[in-house]
Design a binder for this molecule. Structure first.
Ligand SMILES: C[S@@+](CC[C@H](N)C(=O)[O-])C[C@H]1O[C@@H](n2cnc3c(N)ncnc32)[C@H](O)[C@@H]1O
Length: 357
């Protein structure tokens, strides 16, 4: 069915709401990064001066931020007492202690993407893409994000998706994580399963420094991180090396995603398992119209996932490459039987589980 427009009045309301919510997203990100939400959750009803003193932040800026939050329905305000407060039900979705439900983490992407707007506009005119190096804080925000979507769900929800994986990890297997970023999932697994050996492949030196440092601090000697450019991975992948390969949100923005999938198949031992977490969506726009975060994900695609791939002349699959295309590409790589799992609490991801024959 073709989509239909709204009346001018209804569309004007939608646009106004969009401007307000877009602006609020940026300020929610600031509330997260400055610790203002955490402070408000600790203080009951409080004045501007108390909040500014508690956080050590500039009072004039805090005042403007508080006004935004009150007018945006995020904070309560008592004008008589001049008291600001964060309702418990809002704190449950905005503070560090509310992780993995802290939605302020995701608001950080709005400011991050805004930083490359000019470069992306150039790409609209000239083609090409914007490379990873132009995204300050990308790995920090990504690790914050996957700390909630992957790390927090790993033990209870993700590992149990694979039959007998936990006993195998306990006895000792070889595990590779593709595009491991800051390596939080790997550090967690290496600490929990000391008999298994873990490797992370990652391009970013900055992310690798962070990951190696974290592993050192945790005293892990069964984990190493390798700087590898996975472009054309199938040529360089070692044959029959790993019992388990994981890829958390790390396939669709690759320069050569098909070659990475082919390489994963090659580097798995026969009977080994590939676990791929990637965006839950269809490859067809008409099936994504009611997607609960469709506009957000198509925006992140344009402003990051698609453009980083295109910056190297890559496939530019985009965030919304979708389940149909994922299954087709996995089949080309040699994975014919793929189970697609979804977790009740996670509207954003599919978990694809498959074995090499
Ligand atoms: C969306 S992030 C996911 C990071 C991590 N798996 C997580 O869940 O936090 C994708 C990762 O793939 C890495 N990556 C992208 N292209 C790469 C390439 N050609 N070779 C190696 N790593 C690459 C990026 O640096 C980034 O860390």
């Amino acid at each position: 069915m073709p989509t239909q427009g709204k009346s001018v009045e209804a569309f004007a309301d939608q646009l106004m709401d969009m401007l307000n919510q877009g602006a609020l997203s940026l300020m929610v990100s600031i509330g997260h990064r400055t610790g203002l939400f955490d402070a408000l959750a600790e203080l009951p009803a409080t004045t501007l001066t108390q909040i500014a003193n508690h956080t050590g932040l500039n009072q004039r800026y805090v005042k403007e931020w508080l006004a935004t939050m009150v007018s945006g329905g995020i904070l309560d305000y008592d004008p008589q007492q001049q008291h600001y407060s964060l309702p418990d039900s809002h704190a449950a979705l905005l503070t560090r202690s509310s992780s993995p439900d802290n939605m302020a983490v995701f608001a950080q992407y709005i400011g991050l993407m805004g930083q490359v707007e000019d470069k992306v506009i150039d790409c609209f005119r000239l083609g090409g893409g914007v490379g990873y190096e132009h995204y300050p804080r990308f790995h920090e925000v990504m690790a914050d994000d996957s700390g909630q979507t992957v790390l927090a769900a790993l033990d209870e929800h993700i590992l149990p998706l694979i039959d007998s994986l936990i006993p195998s990890l306990e006895s000792g297997i070889r595990v590779l994580d593709i595009g491991c970023g800051r390596g939080r999932a790997l550090c967690h697994l290496a600490a929990r399963f000391p008999n298994s050996r873990f490797v992370g492949y990652e391009l970013s030196e900055e992310a690798l420094d962070y990951a190696r440092n974290a592993a050192r601090q945790m005293g892990l000697d069964n984990l190493r991180f390798e700087q590898r450019d996975l472009t054309g991975f199938e040529k360089r992948a070692e044959m029959d090396e790993f019992d388990l390969v994981t890829a958390f949100d790390a396939i669709h923005d690759q320069t050569t995603p098909q070659s990475v999938l082919n390489g994963i198949h090659k580097t798995l031992k026969s009977g080994g398992t590939f676990l791929m977490q990637d965006i839950r969506a269809s490859s067809h726009l008409e099936k994504n119209i009611d997607h609960p975060i469709g506009p957000l994900l198509y925006t992140l695609s344009t402003m990051h996932c698609m453009t980083v791939s295109l910056s190297n002349g890559g496939a530019g699959l985009g965030t919304m490459w979708g389940e149909e295309q994922a299954l087709e590409m996995l089949s080309i790589a040699g994975f014919d039987s793929v189970a697609v799992h979804q977790l009740d609490h996670d509207i954003q991801n599919n978990f694809y589980v498959m074995r090499k024959a």
